[in-house]
Design a protein around this ligand. Structure first.
Ligand code: NAD
Length: 565
């Protein structure tokens, strides 16, 4: 049984979040520090998202296709006109065309000026203090013009972060840069008191009875430095620690449900590359062992770096990238490969089940970033695995010939390096608590989050009596890990798979077509005293139909989990 079971993690996380907010509020200096961290590059500009007081829920509109959907809601992309792909956009940005209307000049933009540029043909927006002219990008925006227009003439930092903060807008929009926001005189800088919007709230709410915040300690021996993190909750077997030792900087992030605890130092002295991570799952303790390069006594662990010892929601934590090496590529189908990436020697990462990482690469000088759900090497683990836990990541990647990133990845030679960010994702294992019937509706590569879910559920969730996957593909040759799925069906009584093909050969004797009510009616059975969970992942159109149909069958929002990156 997974160790999260039996704990009310959701309540704990809410409490963690509230207590962290209060803790933060108790010191003006930490607020000022976060304001100062909003200064960008050499341009000392104030964090204008706070200055402009943008209503945080304005973009995208409620019910908009671009909004990161709560469980059960899907998000759509619009069909872009021919000649408006990401690659076409990259080409346009390299064409030398003046995309700002300022002929390369950079200007300082006041709030009043920003507000004036609010039409499709003249659309400016501000993200983290920088102002961009989005007019040329209008027809290239995968979320459509209407969505983009919600950012017109305002500071859209919060709105942007809410929808897709992982998109590398600085690189994508560099030719659209108009300039920076003019700095408002700030009381924080003049009199060292926080500006009104950042003033801490009074501590009226009582402090929580128990401090749920993780804490850490360290000790040393002649040759080692050991850091012990007490997470104060049970840790799932899949782990929770993401460790990155880069030069002398040690970054340790604990992913605890929806919360993230970060430790970040510039170490006092040099250590060897390799970090050893031991997790005591049931007591919630993670111990890191670093080997000193020189056997001498350390008087302190190091100097704290940005956001050290903070405990915030994962979605509010910035993405961290590390350079991985492509170790192998194995064909899964005619157009899908399994990539094995090796983390740098100082990094350890176990991507939690159902979460994704980001691959970032430069295509014609523009950074392109895409999310990919991590999988295991196989559906069923071999009895002996040679890979060291947490040192490799496996990604199943379908190569789209007209894509920007995937053909580039497919052509990478073994040994090439790839920048990997994250992990991120919304699945927390508490959704599986007490579930007796797990249903998975997957289409195409939407199978990838299900692959680890199946394995985890089989290995650790003994309460689950039935696990059924309905797997939608175009043709038989597109079915990912078909033989492994068939093998699992014969081995595991609890597991069942049904394949549905939308473009089958005449010889196909199985189900045909796209998802419909009739298919789901019998598949999603609800026996007495059962607790069901339906997980959905696939192309946007599929996800939307699946969610609608599942709702029509009276499954509640709590009984539905939609994977979205
Ligand atoms: P695909 O185009 O080959 O389609 C697979 C099947 O999906 C089709 O056979 C059909 O049955 C169904 N389908 C497609 N469009 C549909 C529609 N409009 N309505 C109903 N059914 C439809 O799939 P692919 O190329 O493998 O794409 C998989 C998608 O899954 C990608 O969009 C990818 O981004 C997404 N995905 C998301 C996550 C995540 O969010 N965590 C993870 C992996 C994949």
């Amino acid at each position: 049984m997974v160790e999260e079971d039996g704990m009310d993690l959701e309540e704990e996380e809410e409490e963690d979040y509230r207590s962290e907010s209060r803790r933060k509020a108790s010191t003006v200096f930490s607020v000022i520090a976060s304001v100062l961290s909003g200064f960008l590059g050499n341009w000392a500009c104030f964090k204008v998202s706070e200055m402009l007081n943008v209503p945080s829920q304005a973009f995208p509109a409620a019910g908009s296709q671009q909004r990161v959907a709560p469980a059960g809601q899907s998000r759509n992309k619009v069909v872009l006109k021919p000649g408006h792909s990401l690659l076409d956009w990259i080409r346009l940005t390299k064409s030398g065309q003046d995309l700002t209307g300022l002929r390369g000049r950079l200007i300082e933009v006041t709030e009043d000026e920003l507000k004036k540029h609010n039409t499709k043909k003249d659309c400016w927006t501000c993200i983290r203090g920088m102002v961009y002219n989005l007019s040329a990008y209008m027809d290239f925006h995968p979320g459509g013009e209407e969505e983009l227009m919600r950012a017109a003439g305002i500071d859209s930092t919060d709105l942007f972060d809410e929808v897709h903060r992982w998109v590398n807008y600085e690189s994508m929009l560099k030719e659209c840069l108009v300039g920076r926001m003019a700095v408002k005189p700030s009381p924080a800088l003049q009199g060292l008191s926080a500006p009104p919007s950042l003033r801490p709230e009074p501590l009226s709410a009582p402090l929580p009875a128990k401090d749920h915040r993780p804490r850490y300690d360290w000790f040393q021996t002649d040759g080692t430095v050991n850091i012990v993190v007490y997470t104060k909750r049970k840790i799932p077997s899949a782990g929770c620690a993401v460790v990155d030792l880069q030069d002398d900087n040690l970054r340790v992030e604990m992913l605890l449900g929806r919360m993230s605890y970060l430790l970040y130092w510039r170490l006092s002295s040099r250590v060897q590359d390799h970090v050893d991570v031991q997790t005591a799952h049931s007591v919630g303790k993670v111990q890191l062992c670093l080997r000193k390069s020189v056997k001498e006594k350390w008087t302190q662990l190091g100097q704290s770096l940005e956001h050290h010892d903070t405990f915030i929601q994962c979605k509010d934590r910035g993405l961290f990238y590390r350079e991985c090496v492509l170790l192998s590529k194995t064909d899964v189908t005619h157009n899908t490969q399994l990539l094995r990436l090796q983390l740098p020697p100082g990094s350890r990462m176990q991507v939690p089940v159902g979460r994704h990482v980001y691959l970032k690469t430069s295509v014609q000088g523009t950074d392109v970033v895409k999310p990919y759900t991590a999988v295991d090497q196989m559906l069923i683990p071999p009895s002996q695995s040679s890979a060291e836990v947490g040192s490799d990541i496996h990604l199943m990647i379908k190569v789209y010939p007209d894509g920007v990133l995937t053909p580039h990845i497919a052509n990478l030679p073994i040994g090439a390096s790839l920048s990997v960010g994250g992990p991120e994702g919304s699945l927390t294992l508490r959704v599986l608590r007490d579930v007796t019937h797990l249903y998975m509706l997957a289409a195409g590569t939407g199978f990838t989050p299900m692959a680890r879910l199946i394995r985890l559920a089989l290995q650790e969730f003994t309460v689950i009596r039935k696990m059924k996957l309905m797997f939608f593909n175009r043709q038989e040759r597109d079915i990912l890990w078909q033989s492994q799925l068939d093998e699992l069906c014969t081995k595991e009584e609890r597991f069942e798979v049904q394949h549905v093909l939308s473009e089958p050969a005449d010889s196909w004797t199985g189900r045909r077509g796209r998802i419909d009510a009739c298919m789901l009616q019998n598949f999603l059975e609800r026996p007495e005293n059962s607790k069901c969970l339906v997980c959905v992942c696939g192309p946007a159109g599929f996800t939307e139909s699946a969610v609608q149909l599942v709702r029509q069958l009276d499954f509640s929002e709590e009984e539905l989990h939609v994977f979205q990156a």
